[in-house]
Design a protein around this ligand. Structure first.
Ligand code: S3P
Length: 433
């Protein structure tokens, strides 16, 4: 499907509430399936990625139903499915589930196959396979890639020092640690999102965490609970960017998840000269959330330091789109992780931005992007939801319409994106192509 974006003729305005957080929704579905008793999930993100994880838990034996927008799960006793576990496009689904299942005693003797789509089958799985094997897991891959074959068996805890900050790797190990004997400790070289650490105690688990380290003494059982999924800052980032770009826009973003391990995008926007007003509505042990207001204004290019990268890892495509309209040059370094996301986001954004006349230079670990006018034209999502939405936002300030091929991938994380943008006044239209 092709998405056509018209340059904005009027400011964007209105109140905007983002869809449920993708990372938290994946975790809620997995923890709810592992936990004994009932789990209620409020605000679950209804997207291709999160539905795949929920479906995987269902075929693994969790009871899943829906009532008035709330997902109800009854888990605790898993069984081997007849077929594959298909995680679609989702790295989070595959990596967390591999860890969660690797030592499950109720699956011992089974052989599970975790498969994904073409993009997921090229993403590195060695980063979880190596430490899971050190815990005793029996896990095979195709040269470090999916499909993964897992034969659950008894695990023992280890201390693992991650070579890079990755919440997916950390979470896979903590979940494996739930069914391992002894302590599982994970140490990271930088901060990565801490949703797993915040959510596990609500499911009755005991763990210690802080300062790039966490420790869980296994084995431990989870108990069902009530989960409230905050709004996804990574989805809201597209609306924030559009509001900053389109002159005169006044959009109030409400109930956005503002976990400090995820808010790097706001700090980078501030460094680019944006004024970001936050009003917190909840804070503390769970997931902090608040309202956001930004005013359109002149953005300037910045040097994005490598320590900011994990805190804004999913927002780089949209930050690169914003950099294309900022005064001066934005320099991104230390961001080689972007090459192993749903697409090679450094290469793809550089290629697609240059099709719109943006001056870019790609580096192995980053890019330089010079701000200036943006032409209209035809670009491609390369099967990556965040590339499609980033280019759509930039299309609002291009000199002529921008058409995005393969934009249907938006459904991966944010099926309501086009409707939400239209409700704020943007002109976007689907066509088959
Ligand atoms: C995620 C962690 C990040 C992020 C991904 C979701 C998670 O990946 O890019 O979209 O939910 O744990 P890494 O932590 O592996 O960088």
């Amino acid at each position: 499907m092709r998405l056509k974006i018209q340059p904005a003729r009027t400011p964007l305005s209105g109140t905007y509430r983002p869809p449920g957080d993708k990372s938290v929704s994946h975790r809620a579905a997995i923890f709810g399936g592992l936990a004994e008793g009932e789990t209620e999930i409020h605000g679950f993100l209804d997207s291709a990625d999160t539905r795949a994880t929920l479906e995987a838990m269902r075929v693994l034996g969790a009871d899943v139903s829906q009532s008035g927008g709330v997902i109800l799960m009854r888990g605790g006793q898993l069984r081997a499915p007849a077929g594959d576990l298909d995680l679609g496009n989702s790295g989070t689904g595959m990596r967390l589930l591999a860890g969660a299942l690797a030592g499950r005693p109720d699956l011992s003797g089974a052989s599970l196959r975790l498969v994904g789509d073409e993009s997921l089958s090229t993403r590195p799985m060695g980063r979880i396979i190596e430490p899971l094997r050190a815990m005793g897991a029996d896990i095979d891959s195709v040269d470090g890639h999916a499909p993964l074959t897992l034969r659950p068996r008894a695990l023992r805890g280890i201390r693992y020092e991650q070579p890079m900050a990755s919440a997916q790797v950390k979470s896979a190990l903590l979940l494996a640690g739930l069914s391992a004997e002894g302590a599982t400790e994970v140490v990271e070289p930088g901060i990565s999102r801490d949703h797993t650490e915040r959510m596990l105690p609500a499911f009755g688990a005991q763990l210690l965490w802080g300062d790039c380290q966490c420790r869980l003494d296994g084995p431990q059982k989870l108990q069902g609970t009530v989960c409230r999924v905050p709004g996804d800052l990574s989805s809201a980032a597209f609306v924030l960017a559009a509001t900053l770009l389109v002159d005169g826009s006044t959009v109030e973003l409400i109930e956005v998840g503002l976990n400090p391990t995820r808010d790097g995008v706001l700090r980078i926007l501030e460094a680019m000269g944006a004024s970001v007003e936050r009003t917190m509505v909840s804070s503390g042990e769970g997931e902090p959330a608040g309202h956001l207001r930004v005013r359109p204004g002149n953005l300037r290019g910045v040097d994005i330091e490598s320590e900011w990268v994990p805190l804004a890892i999913d927002e780089f495509p949209v930050l690169m789109a914003l950099a294309a309209r900022a005064a001066g040059t934005t320099r991104i370094r230390g961001a080689e992780e972007l090459r192993v996301k749903e697409s090679d986001r450094l290469a793809v954004m550089c290629r697609e931005l240059s099709k719109l006349g943006v001056q870019v230079r790609e580096y192995p670990d980053g890019a330089d992007i010079a701000g200036g006018p943006v032409r209209g034209g035809r670009v491609d999502s390369h099967g990556d939801h965040r590339i499609a939405m980033s280019l759509a936002v930039l299309g609002l300030v291009a000199e002529a319409p921008v058409e995005i091929e393969n934009a249907q991938w938006i459904r991966t994380s944010y099926p309501g994106f086009v409707d939400d943008m239209r409700a704020l006044g943007a002109e976007m239209e689907w066509s088959s192509g």
